[in-house]
Design a binder for this molecule. Sequence first.
Ligand code: ATP
Ligand code: ZN
Length: 299
Amino acid sequence: MSTQNRLRIALQRSGRLADSSLELLARCGLKTMRGKDQLVCVGENLPVDLMLVRDDDVPFLIREGVCDAGIVGFNLAREIELELLGRGEDCGFEIEQTLDFGACRLSIAGPEEAPFRGLGDLSGQRIATSYPATLAWFLREQGISAQIVTLSGSVEIAPRLGTADLVCDLVSTGNTLAANGLIERMEVSQSQAVLLRAKETFIEDRAEVFERMLERMRGVLQVRESKYIMLHAPRAALTDIRRLLPGSEIPTVMPLEGSADRVAIHAVCNENVFWETLEALKAAGASALLVLPVEKMLA
Ligand code: ATP
Ligand code: ZN
């Protein structure tokens, strides 16, 4: 098949998003010859190739038309979009789907010993960050004037070095901050991994391949929490039972051999089914309760 028809997806080669990104594509059925040192990973069973690069390159590869889609943190996509916008340029990519991994937040943090009462205390401070465009946007929105110190790495040591009073950096557990004597003061924005796509229409059949991968990704995201539940219940309790099934579509109701008033109910629940739910179902008259994981789903 010509390379014209092969969809190109850019992923982080190594780092926090790398494994989950590859795993997501594998769960979408993509088999690749796994050579992590290679720049390009060729899909064996689908017309999809992966480019494994630094996360910072992903949005630009899409913008330049080298790749059709890619996975990065929302934080990075937003920063690049705002940065280009500031120069009057369009980013050339858009967010197609959030992916439920890589959760973190961009937050302003400061030394534990420095008092902080609220937003007003940011005024006139020097804030070190690798996300200057996002921070500038936040400060503008909040009507605060502060000095942004742009650093490409090791932001968290800036207060100790005396090059800044505060930092604006990514946080997930807060452990890195704590290890540097910093405490989270204010959230700027939340983030998780997102699927980016080129704004331009895709070449030839790539559009079709993209839609297919997207549909599979949505299926993968949906089944994560989904459960298939089976139970027996009195026909008279059907309305109560349906109300108790978390996030379910119309259930299948089947007669039970040799029983006039009890039926079997099967349903897909789009939320996790907890013990409390099972206990409530039992109290409503259900028996023989069984909860199974869902492997694949196509709506
Ligand atoms: P690369 O070598 O690809 O440039 P990197 O060092 O820039 O890697 P990572 O540290 O791997 O990037 O982070 C990639 C993304 O992971 C971040 O942009 C963010 O969206 C997400 N992430 C999730 N949790 C955290 C966290 N605690 N700190 C930093 N990033 C996080
Ligand atoms: Zn990076």
